[in-house]
Design a protein around this ligand. Structure first.
Ligand code: ADP
Ligand code: MG
Length: 306
């Protein structure tokens, strides 16, 4: 199978799309952007052995590569539209490609995203880069830098599951619920859209709740208090780990791809699937409290799993 055959069989699927003039097959894609909207461009690369274990199923690798980009778009409040794919493979195995393209289009279709081009190369390890273009109302993009003193801090879904799932996978224990949270993260695109015009600042959680919340607070020039007892922890995580481990995963475990945002609570009162976990303050830095007592995350062995 040569490169052209490979692209035709597994990736060439141009469908009707009002904004897409030329898709896969020419030297480049042509898009007619909606002049009433702004665009958001994101890119993420996954490298075998670095971002996913070498034995990960190709469908899960592809799913994840699209999901992490969708999560960045979600954190900006955008509507995802078009993606490109740069794929580096050590060999072009048909079964592998079949599985990969299935995972890719499963999540792309679920979010109405078109694959409009890419590049296919040979290399030492599987490397997947996806770029995604999204649209947003002018001035509507959710930024990290707009948190206001007095805002409530919220998180979507539950946190810590993905890191716990990876830990279990590495132990050869594929707890279905937790492993799926790592392998197939759920980008909060619809929630991000709902937050436009309501949240003041947002970030997606790729490196851990505490670390990513700190990035948001620093970008906004404010501080915050995080109430550890309020952080939402799933039943699955509670069933498999001690209280201390649950807290460690929830606060510092990465790969959840939930959103952390700040808002006036009144503005987001009707939104489902969010939990208030703290408050934005004037004092710079993030203070974590458990039962009203200040806890030093850095000194308490919380890095054990990261
Ligand atoms: P060129 O040599 O001109 O760069 P390529 O042979 O790399 O062209 O690509 C031919 C067409 O196939 C282009 O439209 C390109 O965007 C698309 N393409 C190549 N690889 C992929 C891929 N992995 N997924 C989707 N489209 C791809
Ligand atoms: Mg060319």
């Amino acid at each position: 199978m040569d490169e052209f055959e490979l692209i035709r069989r597994f990736f060439s699927r141009n469908r009707a799309d009002a904004g897409l003039i030329i898709g896969i097959g020419d030297d480049g894609a042509v898009i007619a952007p909606d002049s009433a909207l702004q665009q958001i461009h994101v890119i993420d690369t996954l490298v075998e052995g670095v971002h996913f274990p070498a034995d990960t199923s190709p469908a899960d690798i592809a799913y994840r590569a699209v999901a992490v980009n969708l999560s960045d778009v979600a954190a900006m409040g955008g509507r995802p539209r078009w993606m490109t794919l740069a794929l580096t493979l050590s060999d072009a195995n048909e079964a592998w490609l079949e599985s990969f393209s299935r995972g890719l289009f499963e999540i792309a279709d679920a979010h109405d995203v078109q694959l409009i081009g890419g590049d296919t190369t040979r290399g030492p390890v599987v490397t997947v880069t996806v770029t995604l273009t999204a649209e947003i109302e002018p001035g509507g993009a959710l930024l990290r830098s707009r948190a206001r003193v007095g805002d409530a801090i919220f998180v979507t879904g539950t946190v810590g599951d993905a890191a716990a799932g990876l830990e279990l996978l590495q132990r050869g224990d594929s707890d279905q619920v937790l492993a799926q949270r790592f392998l197939r993260p759920t980008p909060r695109v619809a929630l991000g859209r709902q937050l436009v015009g309501k949240a003041n600042a947002a970030i997606d959680i790729s490196d851990g709740l505490v670390g990513d919340l700190q990035k948001l607070l620093v970008a906004s020039g404010v501080g915050g208090v995080l109430e550890i007892d309020a952080v939402p922890i799933s039943d699955a995580l509670q069933a498999r780990f001690s209280t201390e481990e649950q807290e460690c995963f929830a606060l510092t475990g990465g790969d959840d791809y939930e959103l952390c945002f700040t808002a006036n609570p009144v503005e987001v009162a009707g939104i489902k699937g969010i939990t208030r976990i703290g408050t934005v303050t004037t004092e710079t830095g993030l203070v974590c409290r458990r039962d009203g007592e200040i806890v030093d995350i850095a000194d308490s062995g919380y890095r054990h799993f990261s």
